[in-house]
Design a protein around this ligand. Structure first.
Ligand code: DQA
Length: 143
């Protein structure tokens, strides 16, 4: 099973950005954490991070017929991007949404998720563990 893990804008800045919200661990730590989890579940994992909406759309399109599932933290584009929602619908690959912080308890503008309208599941506020839960969900359902 091949899973693409996509992270949106400013996720490369975790460990530096707003540590009270996103913690002190870095994006490199996140990659290591997810890689370990993928190895434990015997799945192939490939990573993509971008600060650009169009590049995320292009990456989702490139998953068509090449990846079995997508784990996505669209970051700020969660709350604005119909284009990312449409890309997920276009490729029709099983997808799970993850947010490090508990967005449900944050500002009103974070309460709407466009990609979440396509994703099968959303894990919110579990930090790095949310990605693990997403991979385990996909393995359980599709492997
Ligand atoms: C985030 C939550 C978003 O609202 C925010 O814009 C982010 C990160 C999270 O992982 O908690 O950049 O997706």
């Amino acid at each position: 099973m091949k899973i693409k893990v996509i992270n949106g804008p400013n996720i490369n800045m975790i460990g530096i950005r707003e540590p009270a919200i996103y913690g002190s661990r870095t994006y490199k730590d996140l990659i290591e954490f997810i890689t370990k989890c993928a190895n434990e579940n015997i799945v192939d994992v490939d990573f993509f991070q971008s600060n650009s909406e169009g590049d995320i759309v292009t990456e989702i399109q490139s998953c068509y017929q090449t990846f079995d599932a997508i784990v996505i933290n669209p970051a700020a584009y969660t709350h604005t991007s119909v284009a990312i929602l449409d890309a997920l619908k276009a490729v029709a690959i099983p997808a799970v949404e993850v947010h490090l912080s508990k967005v449900s308890e944050r500002e009103a503008f974070r309460q709407l998720s466009y990609p979440g309208m396509y994703c099968e599941k959303t894990y919110v506020g579990y930090g790095f563990d949310g990605y693990k839960m997403a991979i385990e969900y996909l393995v359980e359902k599709y492997k």
